[in-house]
Design a binder for this molecule. Structure first.
Ligand code: ZN
Length: 334
């Protein structure tokens, strides 16, 4: 558990090559890297899920602890509350880690045990997130820094977040799907060793389904429709009728996040035909232009918040990486 009590750390190598990064990630996923609980997997997953939300600064890409641990808490909520999967090797005193205890307590105090995390009231959500964050700041941030030989990020627990090494950030975008799968595999292996056989049925599916996903996208539809007067289908240009679909331009299956800049309004026919695929490259210029206009026009705080971390070349980068990770392209030209 070396490193868990580190208070701060600086990046030890700003220019690691891919071989070095693969070696470090493979080490962290392996059994050789010590783990009493699954926090390290949960933390890597939260970084991957937040990959497109960081803010570039002079040193690298900044991620706030609150954005990382909001994801962490919600993901664990599903694993612990919904699927009842233990996340720690019993230490003789307890079979539950502190994060599991925090989540279980939150359930005990609520009316309904099968609540979605997002349906808890906002005050309760933020209290859970801040308790989870303080536990993880203490036990994961320094430990993982140490496991990566100081290459992955710089951090100071007194600050609001960490700064991901720019090379690591690029690597994580490029190999997002591969890293996700390796992380799931190692996480599943750990879970199999600490859970009863009946709890680990469909384990990999449970890990994948634990990723929080908004089912109600109506707030995005209203913002795009009302605030930016989008009345036509983004793809075919026909006037939108009563049924307006909100489409993830780059599919959710790759992004694992819901952000306004990746949403377009589409007619049901285009949305259903496109499904989980990438639109033609030509649409990249159109959505980039649309996003530029949104940024120029708005002073709505919700909208601006959605755009934190967005940059001009982000969608093209995502498009290329999604394609590389096997997402198919679909011709939407009419
Ligand atoms: Zn259409």
């Amino acid at each position: 558990m070396a490193g868990w009590n580190l208070q701060r750390g600086v990046i030890t190598d700003y220019n690691p090559d891919e071989e070095k990064l693969w070696s470090l990630f493979n080490y962290v996923f392996s059994d050789a890297c010590s783990k009493r609980n699954t926090y390290k997997f949960g933390f890597i997953k939260s970084l991957l899920d937040n990959a497109f939300n960081g803010m570039e600064n002079s040193e690298g890409i900044f991620f706030s602890y609150s954005q990382i641990f909001a994801r962490f808490a919600e993901n664990y909520w599903n694993l612990v509350v919904k699927y009842d999967l233990r996340q720690m090797r019993s230490d003789g005193k307890s079979v539950y880690s502190n994060v599991e205890k925090i989540l279980k307590e939150a359930v005990d105090n609520s009316v309904c045990a099968f609540l979605e995390f997002s349906s808890l009231d906002v005050i309760k959500q933020s209290s859970v997130i801040s308790r989870v964050a303080s536990e993880c700041r203490k036990y994961v941030v320094g430990a993982l820094y140490n496991d990566f030989d100081g290459v992955i990020y710089s951090f100071d627990l007194k600050h609001d977040g960490l700064v991901l090494n720019y090379r690591v950030y690029e690597f994580m975008l490029k190999y997002k799907s591969e890293l996700e799968r390796l992380n799931y595999y190692s996480w599943a292996k750990f879970l199999e060793s600490v859970n009863e056989d009946n709890a680990v049925v469909h384990l990999l599916n449970k890990l994948e389904f634990a990723t929080p996903r908004r089912s109600d996208l109506s707030i995005y539809r209203e913002i795009l429709r009302m605030e930016f007067e989008e009345n036509t289908c983004f793809y075919c240009g026909r006037k939108l009728g009563n049924k307006i679909h909100v489409d993830h331009f780059i599919p959710w299956s790759f992004v694992k996040d819901d952000k306004l800049w990746n949403f377009v309004l589409a007619c049901p026919a285009c949305n259903e035909r496109k499904n989980n695929r990438l639109p033609n490259r030509e649409f990249l210029a159109v959505i980039e232009d649309r996003n530029k206009q949104i940024i120029r026009k708005t002073n709505n705080r919700i909208v601006l918040n959605e755009f934190s971390g967005y940059s001009d070349d982000l969608l093209i980068k995502m498009w290329n990486y999604a394609k590389m990770s096997g997402v198919k392209e679909y011709s939407l030209k009419t």
